[in-house]
Design a protein around this ligand. Structure first.
Ligand SMILES: NC(=O)c1ccc[n+]([C@@H]2O[C@H](COP(=O)([O-])OP(=O)(O)OC[C@H]3O[C@@H](n4cnc5c(N)ncnc54)[C@H](OP(=O)(O)O)[C@@H]3O)[C@@H](O)[C@H]2O)c1
Length: 340
């Protein structure tokens, strides 16, 4: 099977590049030149979010690249996300307007609800309200359907070209599907060789939802980020880039472990958004279309799946988030309640 550079989205037939540049943990002063370099290298798709605090720098880089005559806005596919503090119908337009003005754009190609839960927002800082005991102030009224309806309106007005979700589970997506006029077109979730999301991907395929893999390399940078700030256990972090199977397959193809991990996903019609701010690695991560893994190699990589144990991003670093009615994941170590 030939790996595809674009994948068509349901309902609009827009083409989404199967490779995008991730920008989480990329500080504003670095990301501006990174995005400009990435566009020069042929990246067409940039993934950002309100919460990454870098939309303004990304907008600057894109504006400069276009005004330097290197391409047009239409050539690009820009994704951003409605934040947890704006996850309510009455806030969608306010955040989208602010994000578009930061990005200096008339529209985004894809707008996602970043997470299914919501926090109360400090109106001065636009960050979550945190209580004296360190717990996040949960907005217990989060209502996906009314939020989605406003996103649909924004799409009709031309400020969003495509709509999607991030970190939602199957039941939550199904509920939106039932009530939506425009069905979710994309789901962005954590997905890498140690956490392959087989069931969720099957559901998405059945419902014409394109899956985007975040942390496609296993997010090696998250290790420092989480351990320093949130006391995560470093032993639970995947080290996919130095996994012996991945390294051996890479050597056989004259490729790097990162290229194998990305090709493995793209080969299965999954969009990948690896983050890098290094020019060498930007090049490396985009050079993934000129080789094909054998069926035996694909099977070997499929066996690296650890299921739920492979998940890195459970968001428990936001203290108390698991008490939100829309927290989407099974809590590690929890026991399902027996039904009566
Ligand atoms: N929707 C969500 O909730 C959510 C959550 C997490 C992430 N995301 C999105 O998904 C993107 C990707 O996820 P991620 O950034 O967590 O993880 P990732 O892309 O799997 O890994 C990025 C890390 O790997 C390093 N790296 C990149 N290319 C490499 C290579 N070829 N060889 C060795 N190391 C390499 C990067 O460092 P250098 O920069 O130094 O190269 C960075 O530390 C994010 O940036 C963000 O846009 C979304």
């Amino acid at each position: 099977m030939k790996t595809m550079k674009y994948i068509s989205l349901s309902q609009t037939d827009d083409l989404m590049p199967t490779l995008g540049l991730g920008t989480w943990q990329a500080p504003a002063d670095v990301i501006e030149s990174t995005v400009y370099k990435a566009l020069d290298l042929g990246y067409k798709h940039i993934d950002t979010a309100f919460n990454y605090n870098n939309e303004e720098a990304i907008g600057k880089a894109i504006k400069q690249w276009i005004s330097d005559g290197k391409g047009t806005r239409k050539d690009l596919f820009i994704t951003t996300k409605l934040p947890h503090v704006g996850n309510r119908a009455s806030d969608v337009k306010k955040f989208l307007d602010l994000q578009l003005s930061r990005l200096q754009m008339e529209y985004v190609d894809l707008y996602l609800i970043h997470v299914p839960f919501g926090f109360h927002c400090n109106p001065d800082t636009l960050t979550p309200v945190v209580k004296d005991n360190g717990e996040y102030d949960l907005d217990m009224e989060t209502d996906h359907i009314s939020t989605w309806k406003v996103m649909e309106q924004c799409m009709k007005e031309g400020r969003i070209r495509n709509l999607g979700l991030s970190n939602f589970n199957e039941a939550q997506i199904t509920k939106i599907f039932k009530h939506a006029t425009i069905k979710p077109q994309v789901l962005q979730v954590e997905l890498h060789a140690h956490f392959q999301q087989v069931e969720l991907r099957r559901f998405c395929a059945e419902n014409n939802i394109v899956v985007t893999a975040y942390a496609p390399l296993g997010s090696p940078g998250a290790k420092d980020h989480f351990v320093n700030k949130y006391n995560y256990n470093p032993d639970t972090f995947p080290d996919l880039l130095s996994h012996p199977d991945v390294k051996e397959i890479a050597e056989k193809h004259g490729k790097t472990p990162a290229q194998v991990l990305l090709n493995f996903l793209v080969n299965q019609k999954i969009v990948v958004i690896p983050k890098s701010t290094s020019e060498t690695r930007l090049k490396e991560n985009s050079d993934i279309y000129d080789f094909e893994l054998t069926p035996a190699e694909l099977n070997r990589l499929k066996k690296l799946d650890k299921g739920e144990d492979g998940r890195v991003f459970n968001f428990l670093f936001w203290k108390g988030v698991q008490n939100h009615p829309e927290y989407p994941f099974k809590i590690p170590g929890s026991v399902e309640k027996a039904s009566e």
